[in-house]
Design a protein. Structure first.
Length: 478
């Protein structure tokens, strides 16, 4: 069929649309006499067309990152926890849809539980001590990132929503941008659209999604790579009006570890638990609004027939305390702070849903994106591509059994932040604070998943403490 099409094309060029010969035989004789080179050209073009048709399409990339979304704030996780669920009322139909059609990582972690450092790790595949972003007021200028690499290799790149690198106006590696500065606000947030300050109306994550959907539609016929950064569920939380009354009568149970106060809060323990907290409720209401918008993005991919060829990754930039160990915020090394939801879908290469329990990190996502796009990194990375893991049965690919977690004193909050380092293995967690050796912690995660029994000072733990302390020091030097 391709050769017949090309034959007719050459006829039209040689004879004009109304001057074609009445039969094909004279045409073949005349053209062979006049243009003996036409047949090889036609055959070459036909082969090229066939090869182009058979070549795999470059995947689109859609990374969605939220702010402070803890690992268990997913409907699918709450149902999985059953009687142990803390938030059984909570539903996330769009995120559940992504989980049920892709890969859900049940042991996903960040290497630094803070907004800007985590986002820099997502882009570079490097930990904070290497990429240099250790707090939220620093600009990010590196072009050793997966979006910059993809932009050099034929992808159109875009960033939408929360950038969160201080008050920086530049978005290195991204050709099109509709973002906001700093934390932004939930209602009528000013945006920076391709360098121009732009007023917007409405709930911020709805607006972000509008811009993202326009980008997808505009570039539906070429490979694109984009990040959608949602403000949700960061404080100060304002849910969209459609969810303002959702779950408003719900009373939250006290976390079992609420009175197992973290060492650094011993002098300022929390007061009595408040079951009905508007701020805690708004955490889940804003997540419901974000989930609506993730559904809009997934619907757009479906409507444009882009689902099979689009790599979709969803993650939280860090976890969040909702009263555990008497804490709010994040930064320190308890599980609620360092564990995140992580979902991945790419039907073209990974058609079957999976649940994976290997320890995976936000550190791994840059290498994974680059690998699935058929490229190789051009800078040093610390993460590992998840592609070989996902292509094999669980337990058949050698994988990490430990990782290093770090936090650094924040110059904006020197009285309540501090340098901290931890080594988490598949069975234990060791935590040290150099300025406060008395805060050293060791937990056996097999028997103490809520981290309420500190074994660091136990004589029977001395050998394990020394071993993990040494491994932590070696890993941080590499």
């Amino acid at each position: 069929m391709k050769i017949m099409f090309l034959r007719d094309l050459f006829r039209s060029r040689l004879f004009g649309r109304d001057e074609r010969p009445r039969s094909s035989a004279p045409f073949r004789a005349d053209t062979r006499a006049a243009c003996p080179y036409l047949l090889p050209v036609v055959l070459g073009l036909a082969a090229a067309c066939a090869n182009a048709a058979d070549a795999p399409r470059k995947p689109n990339v859609l990374v969605i990152i939220s702010d402070d979304h803890r690992y268990d704030a997913l409907g699918v996780v709450q149902r999985e926890l059953g009687e142990k669920a803390n938030y059984p009322f909570f539903e996330t139909p769009s995120l559940d849809r992504l989980a049920e059609s892709g890969v859900r990582f049940r042991n996903a972690f960040v290497t630094h539980s803070l907004c800007s450092p985590s986002r820099a790790t997502l882009l570079t595949g490097q930990p904070s001590r290497r990429h240099g972003i250790t707090h939220n007021a620093q600009p990010f200028t590196s072009t050793d990132t997966w979006p910059a690499l993809l932009a050099k290799n034929g992808w159109t790149t875009g960033y939408f929503g929360k950038w969160h690198m201080g008050e920086q106006r530049e978005r290195p590696g991204f050709e099109e941008q509709a973002t906001f500065l700093g934390q932004g606000v939930y209602e009528d947030c000013p945006f920076l659209v391709n360098g121009r300050d732009t007023a917007t109306k409405g709930w911020v994550d709805d607006v972000t999604t509008d811009y993202a959907m326009d980008f997808i539609k505009k570039h539906r016929d070429v490979p694109f790579a984009m990040v959608v950064g949602y403000k949700t569920p960061h404080d100060k939380r304002t849910p969209p009006p459609r969810h303002a009354d959702k779950w408003k009568d719900h009373a939250f149970p006290e976390p079992p570890s609420f009175h197992d106060v973290a060492p650094w809060r011993q002098d300022n323990p929390p007061k009595a638990w408040v079951p009905k907290s508007p701020d805690r409720l708004a955490y889940f209401q804003t997540l419901a609004g974000m989930d609506d918008n993730i559904g809009r993005l997934l619907d757009t991919l479906d409507e444009l027939d882009l689902t099979d060829d689009t790599l979709v990754i969803y993650l939280g930039d860090n976890g969040y305390y909702l009263g555990e160990h008497g804490l709010g915020d994040k930064r320190t090394a308890y599980e609620e702070s360092i564990r995140i939801p992580l979902l991945l879908r790419y039907p073209r290469q990974l058609p079957d849903p999976q649940m994976r329990d290997e320890m995976v990190l936000n550190l791994d996502l840059a290498a994974t994106i680059i690998d699935l796009c058929g490229l190789a990194p051009t800078w040093e990375q610390d993460g590992r591509s998840l592609q070989p893991l996902l292509a094999a049965a669980p337990g058949t690919v050698p994988w990490r059994t430990s990782f290093v977690y770090e936090n650094f004193e924040d110059p904006a909050y020197p009285k309540v932040t501090f340098d901290l380092a931890a080594l988490r293995t598949t069975t234990h967690k060791y935590v040290e604070v150099p300025a406060h050796p008395e805060w050293t912690q060791l937990f056996d995660l097999r028997t103490d998943p809520l981290e309420m029994t500190n074994l660091a000072a136990e004589p029977s733990s001395a050998e394990l403490v020394a071993k993990m302390k040494g491994e932590l020091a070696r890993e941080r030097k590499e």
